[in-house]
Ligand binder design. Structure first.
Ligand code: G3P
Length: 219
């Protein structure tokens, strides 16, 4: 499973990239706004270009337009920023039309805000490179987000779509484990959760004990 980081915070992206495990980045308008607030300045396009330089893998940025023409125009502009750009379009009628147009121009599209499996099927049929089911936001309303991912993986397994299942709105390590067990192609993970994945109390205690024992017989 590929690991993406779900943030526009360039310090977090550099730290995650330094681990040597980072395959890509996903951003959204809320994450970019948060990064501009953290810096106290900046424009979305500048921050996005910076992220594309830090990480060679796919970097998703979302269109803001709600209409087809606007999405296609913005998508082409975003795609011009760097060769590793993926254009994020929401799962709406206009978003699906824009996905078809942009993907036919060889622009990779990540169809976002997916909350049920048939939306994912429609996005795959429109030519999406990625579909982003939001698991945490479904869990928030007492609907099991991971059941949706299981259904998408099953449906895609019946056909030969090149579309990758990118599990988004990940909130905790169990979401990551479940995504991997289901065979999702990608999980996009906030930095805080990436750090949680690295730590286990028994690993820490084990190191302390080994170090203490070794010190008994070494100078
Ligand atoms: O990848 C989508 C993600 O940014 C949304 O996460 O936690 O705001 O639902 P969240």
């Amino acid at each position: 499973m590929k690991l993406f980081i779900d943030t526009a915070n360039t310090e977090e992206i550099r730290a995650a990239a330094a681990l040597g495990l980072l395959d890509g980045v996903t951003t959204n308008p809320s994450l970019l706004a948060k990064e501009i607030e953290r810096r106290g300045r900046g424009r979305q396009e500048e921050i996005f270009a910076e992220i594309c330089e830090i990480v060679p893998g796919p970097v998703s940025a979302e269109v803001l337009a709600a209409d087809y023409e606007g999405m296609v125009r913005e998508g082409r502009e975003i795609a011009g920023i760097a060769s590793n750009v993926v254009v994020k379009c929401p799962l709406t009628e206009a978003g699906l039309r824009a996905t078809r147009t942009l993907s036919e121009e060889d622009i990779a599209v990540n169809v976002t805000l997916i909350f049920q499996p048939i939306q994912a099927l429609l996005a795959a049929k429109a030519g999406a490179a990625f579909v982003s089911p939001f698991v945490g936001r479904l869990d928030d309303i007492s609907a099991p987000g991971m059941s949706m991912v299981a259904d998408i993986v099953e449906v895609f397994g019946n056909y030969s779509f090149a579309t990758e299942v990118l599990v988004a709105s990940v909130r905790n390590p169990v979401h990551v484990l479940d995504a991997a067990r289901l065979g999702a192609d990608v999980a996009t993970i906030p930095y805080g959760v990436i750090k949680q994945l690295l730590h286990h109390p028994l690993t820490t205690i084990g190191i302390e004990r080994f170090t203490a024992d070794a010190k008994k017989y070494t100078g």
